[in-house]
Design a binder for this molecule. Structure first.
Ligand SMILES: NC(=O)C1=CN([C@@H]2O[C@H](COP(=O)(O)OP(=O)(O)OC[C@H]3O[C@@H](n4cnc5c(N)ncnc54)[C@H](O)[C@@H]3O)[C@@H](O)[C@H]2O)C=CC1
Ligand SMILES: O=C(O)C(=O)COP(=O)(O)O
Length: 575
C-alpha cells in the first residue's frame, strides 16, 4: 500500500511537521493511526451515522457508504435544522459554510468526529469540540494547488481587468482602450503567510518574473531564500513596497482585521490587495473606502466577512474582482478534500487517531507509524498499572527506552494516561479529552527517555508513584507482527501476551504453587490460556501472570489466597 510522506506546515501550531498520509495505515478506512489495543477498536460501522452538510465529492460519499457507514447528505440545513438534527449523528463532514458552534456541539450527544473537507477550520469551535472529546480533522494540502492557482488567476484578472472586459464584450461592446491593465512582471508581490498556499503562489509569481517578498514569522528566512523569496522584515515593509499584496494566513484571533485602515494607508496608490484566505482578515469597510477613494488601485476578493455574501458594496466598484469563495473549487481539489475528510472521519469513528487530527496528538517525524503501533501497548500498560495498585498515586512516569526513546511519543503519553484513567473516570475517554481529564484529576505525567536498551529494541515502562507504594509495569512489541508483550510486572521479569482477562498472583517461590492455582481455576471451570512466571531470588518470591478465558470471581481469588504462600491474587481486565 502506498504511504506518502510529506512536509506540512500546520496552521495553528505554526511549525513544520512531517506527517504520513495515504491509505496504508489501517485495515478499514485509511488515513488513521490505529491507536487503541486492537481488540478495543470498533470495526463495525452499521448503524454509525455520518452527516454531510455541504457538497462533497461523490467519491467521498461512496467511500463512506462502502465502509458501511450510514450517510445523510443534507446540503440545505438551516442553522436551526442543524441544531435539531445533529444529535442523530456519530460523524459530521463540513466545508467552510457550516458553522459548527459550541451550541451545535452541545447538542451533538453522539458525535465523535468532525471532518473538514478542506483546510481552514475557523468555522468549527475547536475548544468546544475538544472539551467534549470530539476529534476534529481536516484535509490539509488537498486544495492548496487550487487555492494557489485561484490566487494567481485573481491577480491577473484584476491586473488586466479581465472580468470587466469580458462583461463588456458580452454586452456587444468592443472597448479596447477602456481596459488597459498593468503587468505583473517586474512588480513586487508581497505575501502575508507563506505556508502551503503562499508557497504555490510564490512559485507561480516567480515564474512570471515577479519579485516575491514574504512576511511569515513562523517560517525561517533561510527557507524563504531557498524558494527565491525575499524575507520581509515586517508587515510594514510588505505594505510599503508591494504592488500586489496577497494574504495566505489562517483566520485566527491574531489575523482578524490584520489588513485594516492603518495598513492600507501605508500601501502604494497603485497597489492591489488579493484575499483568497478568509473574510475578515482584510477589514472590508476599510478596503471599500480605500478603493472608492482611489487610495489603492484595486482588489481581488474570494472570501468575505459574512458568507454567503450577495450584497457587498464591493460588488459595485469597478476596480474589484470577486468570486464566491471558489479557491478550493476544482474537480481535483474536491476529490482530494472529500476523500481525505471521509477517511479521517472513518478512522476516527473506528477509534483511531486520523493523521490530520487537529485536536489530538499525531506522531510526526521519523518512525511516526511505528509509534502509533505502541499506542495500544501503552493503553494496556496504563490499564494494568491502575488495576495492580490499591491506592493509586498521582504521578505517572512514562519511561521510553531504546528506539522508541528517539521518537515523537506524545501520542503514547496520552495512550498511557487513557489506559490509567479508564477505570477511574465515567466519561468515555479518547485521545482528545484524555489530557484535560488527566489534569482535572491532578495527575502529573513525567516522561523520560533512555536511548539505550539492553534487552529490547524498544521498551516502555509505566510507574505510578505518590500513592501507597510504587507500581510498575513494562511492555514491548515483538516480532514481525509487533505483538504486545508484558515483560515486567511489579518488579518481576516475565513474558506474556496480554489478553482481555488476566490474573496476577504473588506467591512464595516453592514447588507446587502453579499446580494449586491450576486446580482451583479448573474446579471452577475457568480455562487457562497462557501463563508466565517471574521470580525474585530462587526460593524467595515469585509472580504468575495467567490469561483466562473469562472473569475470575472474587470468591475464587479468595480461595487462592487462603492457601499458605499466596500473598496477592488479582483479576484484571485489559479491554
Ligand atoms: N479561498 C479558499 O477557498 C481557500 C482558502 N484557504 C485559506 O488559506 C489559508 C492558508 O492555507 P495554507 O497555506 O494551506 O495554510 P498553512 O498553514 O500551510 O500556511 C499558513 C501560513 O500562515 C502563517 N501565519 C500564521 N499567522 C500569521 C501571521 N499572523 N502573520 C503572518 N503569517 C502567519 C503560518 O506561519 C503559515 O506559514 C487557510 O487557513 C484557509 O483559511 C485555503 C484553501 C482554500
Ligand atoms: O479549505 C479551505 O480553507 C477553504 O476555504 C475551502 O473552502 P470550501 O471547502 O470550498 O468551502
Amino acid at each position: 500500500m502506498r504511504v506518502l510522506r510529506r512536509l506540512r506546515h500546520h496552521r495553528h501550531h505554526r511549525r513544520h511537521r512531517a506527517r504520513a498520509g495515504g491509505s496504508g495505515l489501517s485495515r478499514g478506512a485509511g488515513q488513521g493511526r490505529r491507536c487503541g489495543p486492537e481488540s478495543l477498536l470498533e470495526e463495525r460501522s452499521e448503524g454509525v451515522k455520518v452527516l454531510v452538510t455541504e457538497k462533497l465529492a461523490d467519491v467521498a460519499v461512496d467511500f463512506l457508504r462502502k465502509e458501511g457507514f450510514e450517510v445523510d447528505t443534507l446540503y440545505d440545513l438551516s442553522p436551526q435544522e442543524l441544531l435539531e438534527r445533529i444529535g442523530e449523528y456519530d460523524g459530521l463532514i463540513v466545508r467552510s459554510a457550516t458553522k459548527v458552534t459550541a451550541e451545535v456541539i452541545e447538542r451533538a450527544g453522539r458525535l465523535k468526529a468532525i471532518g473538514r473537507a478542506g483546510i481552514g477550520v475557523d468555522n468549527i469551535d475547536l475548544e468546544a469540540a475538544s472539551r467534549r472529546g470530539i476529534l476534529v480533522a481536516n484535509a490539509p494540502e488537498s486544495n492548496t494547488v487550487a487555492a494557489g492557482e485561484h490566487t494567481l488567476g485573481m491577480m491577473l484578472a484584476v491586473a488586466r481587468r479581465i472580468p470587466h472586459a469580458d462583461a463588456s464584450l458580452r454586452e456587444r461592446q468592443w472597448r479596447r482602450s477602456a481596459f488597459k491593465g498593468v503587468e505583473v512582471a517586474g512588480k513586487t508581490l508581497g505575501l502575508i503567510g507563506i505556508g502551503h498556499v503562499g508557497s504555490i503562489v510564490a512559485r507561480g509569481a516567480l515564474g512570471m518574473r515577479m519579485r516575491v517578498l514574504a512576511y511569515d514569522p513562523y517560517v525561517a528566512a533561510e527557507r524563504m531564500r531557498d524558494m527565491n523569496v525575499e524575507p520581509a522584515e515586517s508587515l510594514e515593509q510588505i505594505y510599503r513596497e508591494a504592488d500586489f499584496i496577497s494574504l495566505h494566513v489562517p483566520k485566527t484571533p491574531q489575523t482578524v482585521g490584520l489588513v485594516d485602515e492603518k495598513a492600507i494607508s501605508m500601501m502604494k496608490p497603485t497597489a492591489y490587495i488579493i484575499n483568497v484566505a478568509r473574510g475578515g482578515i482584510v477589514d472590508e469597510k476599510a478596503l471599500y473606502r480605500a478603493l472608492k477613494e482611489g487610495r489603492i488601485a484595486g482588489a481581488a476578493i474570494d472570501v468575505f466577512e459574512d458568507e454567503p455574501a450577495t450584497d457587498s458594496p464591493l460588488f459595485d466598484l469597478p476596480n474589484v474582482v470577486v468570486t464566491p469563495h471558489l479557491g478550493a473549487s476544482t474537480v481535483e481539489a474536491q476529490d482530494r478534500a472529500g476523500v481525505t475528510a471521509a477517511e479521517q472521519v472513518a478512522a476516527a469513528l473506528r477509534g483511531g487517531v486520523p493523521v490530520n487530527a487537529i485536536n489530538a496528538p499525531v506522531p510526526v517525524g521519523e518512525g511516526a507509524e511505528s509509534v502509533a503501533q505502541f499506542a495500544g501497548l501503552c493503553e494496556i500498560l496504563g490499564r494494568l498499572l491502575y488495576q495492580l495498585t490499591d491506592r493509586p498515586g498521582n504521578i505517572l512516569k512514562v519511561e521510553y527506552r531504546g528506539e522508541i526513546a528517539d521518537r515523537d511519543t506524545r501520542l503514547l503519553d496520552v495512550a498511557a494516561q487513557k489506559g490509567l484513567l479508564t477505570n477511574m473516570v465515567h466519561e468515555p475517554l479518547n485521545y482528545v479529552n484524555t489530557p484535560a481529564l488527566t489534569r482535572e484529576r491532578g495527575l502529573r505525567v513525567e516522561t523520560s527517555r533512555i536511548p539505550e536498551s539492553s534487552d529490547y529494541t524498544s521498551l516502555i515502562t509505566l510507574r505510578l508513584e505518590g500513592g501507597a507504594g510504587e507500581s510498575v509495569v513494562s511492555g514491548t512489541l515483538i516480532g514481525p507482527k509487533m505483538e504486545p508483550r508484558l515483560v515486567e510486572i511489579q518488579g518481576y521479569t516475565m513474558d506474556i501476551i496480554p489478553e482481555k482477562h488476566m490474573l496476577f498472583i504473588l506467591n512464595e517461590d516453592v514447588p507446587g504453587m502453579i499446580g494449586r492455582v491450576g486446580t482451583i481455576l479448573g474446579n471452577h471451570g475457568i480455562n487457562i490460556g497462557n501463563m508466565a512466571v517471574g521470580r525474585g531470588a530462587p526460593g524467595t518470591r515469585a509472580a504468575m501472570a495467567i490469561t483466562v478465558d473469562e472473569p475470575v470471581p472474587e470468591a475464587v481469588l479468595q480461595e487462592i489466597l487462603k492457601i499458605p504462600g499466596f500473598r496477592d491474587a488479582r483479576f484484571v481486565t485489559l479491554s
